[in-house]
Design a protein around this ligand. Sequence first.
Ligand SMILES: Nc1nc2c(ncn2[C@@H]2O[C@H](COP(=O)(O)OP(=O)(O)OP(=O)(O)O)[C@@H](O)[C@H]2O)c(=O)[nH]1
Ligand SMILES: [Mg+2]
Length: 300
Amino acid sequence: MAHPREGKIIGVRPGQVEVALADGVVTAFVPGQLKSGPRNRRHVVAVGDDVRIIAGEGVAVLEAVLPRRNEVARTAPGESRAPIQHVLAANLDWLVVVVCYGRPRFNARGCDRLLVLGEVSRVPPLLVFNKCDQGVMDPDPADLYVTVGYPVLRVSAHTGEGLDELRRHLRGRSSLLLGPSGVGKTSLLNVLAPDADHAVSEISTATGKGVHTTTRTRWVGLPFGGAVIDSPGIRSIQPWGLSADNLAICFPELATRTDCQFRNCRHRSEPGCEITAAVAAGEIAASRYESYLRLLEGAD
Ligand SMILES: Nc1nc2c(ncn2[C@@H]2O[C@H](COP(=O)(O)OP(=O)(O)OP(=O)(O)O)[C@@H](O)[C@H]2O)c(=O)[nH]1
Ligand SMILES: [Mg+2]
């Protein structure tokens, strides 16, 4: 007899999902009526979704996706008149932005973009600088983010430095790892959940860039409680839901400055702008303001 059961999506493939139930993992087919969904959605289901399935003799079918408490989504790349939402993962407590100092080189624009993605999705960002064993840059870009107010950890998947603190942050929570290819997302996951043993590979010596080793987003339970979602490396991302109106509040150090002369000030070159004055006075880091302007170009 088929009966409904609740579980969590831990992997998505075309037309089917892997669902973790209390007593194991099943593959469930996604029926046509759930696949169609709203026209502006690339997928109706995402890793991290809580779902109800009907499990029968040797076959399971997805019946319903339960309401999400949040989602992290990008605008699907490519030119299209109507933007398409691509949900990367759902029901999260942390968006863990993983970066490193070199190989691949730290990129402030990309890092800020991911922090903004967390802010606009209302999933708190946790910034992790991996590969600390290779030495720290001077000046250390991590210091800037501490000043902004983000939780920042310096860790090494290879030596174990900083990992106890990382475990403390992840324990009992659901966390999405995002960052460029080659920064060591999967390497971190493999030390946090040794049984998972996912593939990692060497950085290309020619480009210092990763080679996109991870190709699918996957939810992995942590032995000390909680879960981590590993994802393929990303080059650039356009956060879904970002507009010229809500961009400034996605930068904590800009969000608190609300005394511009014009209410709809975009903080570019308007007179009486509190933010450009603060940048000129060195109270807001030029690098963060530069990221704001880049994102503003794509948002209006
Ligand atoms: N020195 C050093 N190397 C590391 C560390 N963590 C990972 N690496 C190396 O960095 C390379 C890339 O690691 P991955 O874990 O595959 O990186 P990834 O972020 O998962 O990459 P994608 O799956 O392509 O997004 C591998 O050669 C790892 O051995 C670290 O803490 N220190
Ligand atoms: Mg990986």
